[in-house]
Each structure stands twice: as structure tokens, then as C-alpha cells.
Ligand binder design. Structure first.
Ligand SMILES: Cc1ncc(COP(=O)(O)O)c(C=O)c1O
Length: 398
């Protein structure tokens, strides 16, 4: 029986595709440092966990399709705290993680075959959502040499065609760590206005910016372009709640929100328990997020300074999120990442990295790059750097 051509076209995630090799290594007793995936080791706030500890409701029902009143109110409170008091519960759709929010936004803004401009390297799962929604991603390439900041307006404008419906950004950026400046954001909004495009802004790492970088949210333009701006958000990284699967799509465009709700009705609701514990975000002490931000900043410095000591690597200090793209002295980073899991051991330990080719759409780009997530504590990061250094020495002599 043949499955659909579009099913065949769905790419495997570069973040997870080497997982069977990692599982085999672990079954043999090898310790694998997971730097391939943004699944933090930082604790979920106790205020949220207490919901699970004290659970006595039986049975577990569906929730409302838009999201529970309690959670929508909590998100309204969160956005008001950021200064966006024009966002009310009507402008928020609760989703199954930011992942569903991105898919919904592509479906809601594009016809099959329409184009969305993205900046590569980009969060690899955008490729997945684009295939499943029938959207074509058109990439503007950004480069490590200028910290993956945007090229000039002409380079972006040259990619806009009659089929372009939206510009999709991730800010602060996974996988590059770039945080777009006010000038860059102004430029994107100017293009959206000139060509009547939607702007989809994935801001799941909003709180994680470092040094002088300042996060300029699409929210700050939303009242100026109310029908065009869509923010894609998630609690996964903000509260170490990856497994709760709660995200949000936020827009002032009432037609779009009504349509998105109709899709949400088709999948009934997001997790009832997940929403209950996420709603406790209103009880979390104010310093929780700033403490987590400081911890990631510490890890960022450990990783960046450590990587700089390894000869042959090209790195740029990330300005936000918790990832870094590294250019390696190898021809094929996927083969290298696979070899790390299947062949290389240092004291029976190894590291798992994400080959960066899958974070690009332009064939050949990123084939000697990897993405590293600094989601492990500083000791584990230092040990991982040591392992990577030794591995590159051995690999170079093969
Ligand atoms: C940039 C970006 N957007 C969206 C997501 C989706 O996260 P979730 O579905 O857990 O909210 C991730 C997860 O890693 C991400 O890095």
C-alpha cells in the first residue's frame, strides 16, 4: 500500500534523528551528554508541581477548545506584566506547545503552495510544519561571520514574490542565538507593510537575552499592524515545562483567531492537567525567570569560552536563547555526529550534537556545522567540551 507523497516529504528532525544511535550507546553503558536537544535540566517551579501532588479530580475532562478560562487569564496577566495590556483573553489561543501554534499560523495565513520567507539556519521543525501545511519556505541565508544578523533589505526583498504570504522569524533565535535589533525589526515590519505580508514571530525564548542585547518583541508593533502580526509562544522553555505541551498563538486579527478556534475545536482541547499546572504561572516568584536567565548566561559563557579554546572551530557568541551554531573542521557534520555515538568513547562517555544541515533549506548549507544546546549544567558542559576536543583530534587523524 503506498503512502502519500507528502508523507514521504516530511523530513526527520536533525535534533532527534540520531536518537537510535544514542540509545544503542546507552544500552552498552556509555554515558551520552545530550547537547542535541533543548530539553532543560532546570527544575519546573514547585508552584506548578504542587498541582500534580494534590490532584484529586476524577475523571479528567476535556477543556474548552480555546483554552481554560483560568489559563487564558493567567496568560493575559503574563502579557500585561510585559507591558502589553492590549492583549486580552480574546487574542489568545492555547495550543499543544508552540509547535501547534506555528503549524496553525502557517495554515491560517497560506494557501497550499504559498511562500513564507525565513532566515536560515532556522528551527529545523519549521521544515516539518511547512510540509504538513503545504507551505514553501523561501530562505534568506544568514552567516556566522556577522552573528547571523539579517542581511540588507534588498537581499530580503529579492526573495519576495507574488506567492509570498508571510515572514517567519524566531527571536531570540534557535539555533543561532541572534537577537534582532530595533533596526532589523523595523525593517521587517516595513517590508510586511509594503508587501501586505503577515509577520509570524516565534518568541518562545523571549526572556533569554544576554549582555547588551534587548529583545524587541513583535508585540511592540502589534497595534500598528493588528491584522498582520502573529506571536507564537510557549511555556516549554520559560518554566522548564517541555512535557506539559502548552503554547499559545496570539493575534489581534479577529478573523484569524475565529478560524484558528474552529481548527482547535476539531482537536477538542489541549491537556486539562497541563493547563491546570501552567495556570499557576501567576504564583511563581518574580525572580524565578531572572534566576533561570542568569543560569543560562553562565552556561553560555562556559560553553563559548570552552569552544574558543578548540582549534579549528568557528563560533560567534550567542546573544539570546540557549543554542550556538559551531562550524567544525569536518566535511560532513552528520557523519561526525553519528560517529561520536557509534564509535567514539572517552572514558566510556560521549556527546550528542545536532548536525546543522537540517536547519537550512538551501542544499549544502550547514553541512560542516552543528547546533549545541547549553541545557546542561556547567560541569557537564565542561566535560562535553573536553570530549568534543578529543573526538575532533581522533577524527582528524582517521
Ligand atoms: C524556536 C522554537 N519554537 C518552537 C518550539 C516548540 O516548542 P514547544 O512545542 O515545546 O512549545 C521550540 C522547541 O524547541 C523552539 O525551539
Amino acid at each position: 500500500m503506498n503512502t502519500s507523497a507528502r508523507l514521504q516529504a516530511v523530513p526527520a528532525s536533525p535534533i532527534r534523528k540520531l536518537a537510535p544511535d544514542a540509545e544503542k550507546a546507552k544500552a552498552l553503558g556509555v554515558k551520552v551528554y545530550h547537547l542535541n536537544i533543548g530539553d532543560p535540566d532546570i527544575h519546573t517551579p514547585l508552584e506548578m508541581l504542587s498541582v500534580l501532588r494534590n490532584w484529586d479530580q476524577n475523571p479528567i475532562p476535556y477543556e474548552l477548545s480555546q483554552g481554560s478560562h483560568e489559563l487564558l487569564n493567567a496568560f493575559e496577566y503574563y502579557y500585561r506584566g510585559l507591558g502589553y495590556s492590549f492583549i486580552t483573553t480574546h487574542h489568545i489561543q492555547v495550543t499543544s506547545g508552540g509547535s501547534e501554534a506555528i503549524s496553525l499560523a502557517l495554515f491560517a495565513t497560506c494557501e497550499p503552495g504559498d511562500e513564507v520567507v525565513v532566515f536560515e539556519p532556522f528551527y529545523a521543525n519549521y521544515n516539518n510544519y511547512a510540509v504538513t501545511t503545504g507551505v514553501k519556505l523561501v530562505a534568506v541565508t544568514t552567516v556566522i561571520e556577522n552573528g547571523f544578523h539579517l542581511p540588507d533589505i534588498n537581499a530580503i526583498e529579492s526573495k519576495i514574490t507574488a506567492k509570498t504570504k508571510a515572514i517567519l522569524i524566531c527571536n531570540p533565535n534557535n539555533p543561532t542565538g541572534v537577537v534582532y535589533t530595533q533596526t532589523e525589526m523595523d525593517m521587517l515590519v516595513k517590508l510586511a507593510k509594503k508587501y501586505h505580508l503577515f509577520i509570524l514571530s516565534d518568541e518562545v525564548y523571549r526572556e533569554y537575552v544576554y549582555d547588551e542585547a534587548k529583545h524587541i518583541s513583535l508585540f511592540s508593533y502589534m497595534e500598528d499592524i493588528p491584522s498582520q502580526a502573529i506571536v507564537l509562544d510557549s511555556v516549554s522553555k520559560r518554566y522548564s515545562l517541555c512535557g506539559a505541551r502548552v503554547g499559545m498563538l496570539v493575534s489581534l486579527n479577529s478573523d484569524l483567531m475565529a478560524g484558528v478556534l474552529r481548527i482547535a475545536q476539531g482537536r477538542l482541547s489541549c491537556g486539562y492537567i497541563d493547563q491546570k499546572l501552567t495556570a499557576k504561572l501567576i504564583d511563581i516568584p518574580e525572580n524565578y525567570i531572572s534566576d533561570v536567565q542568569k543560569e543560562y548566561d553562565k552556561r553560555r559563557i562556559v560553553l563559548y569560552e570552552g569552544l574558543k579554546q578548540i582549534s579549528g572551530l568557528v563560533v560567534h557568541k550567542p546573544e539570546g536563547a540557549f543554542y550556538i551554531i559551531v562550524k567544525l573542521p569536518v566535511n560532513d557534520s552528520e557523519a561526525f555526529c553519528s560517529w561520536l555515538l557509534t564509535d567514539f568513547r572517552d572514558n566510556n562517555e560521549t556527546v550528542m550534537l545536532a548536525p546543522a544541515g537540517g536547519f537550512y533549506v538551501t542544499a549544502g548549507n550547514g553541512i560542516n556545522e552543528v547546533r549545541i544546546a547549553y541545557v546542561l549544567n556547567s560541569n557537564s558542559l565542561n566535560r562535553s567540551i573536553q570530549i568534543l576536543k578529543k573526538a575532533l583530534e581522533v577524527y582528524g587523524h582517521k
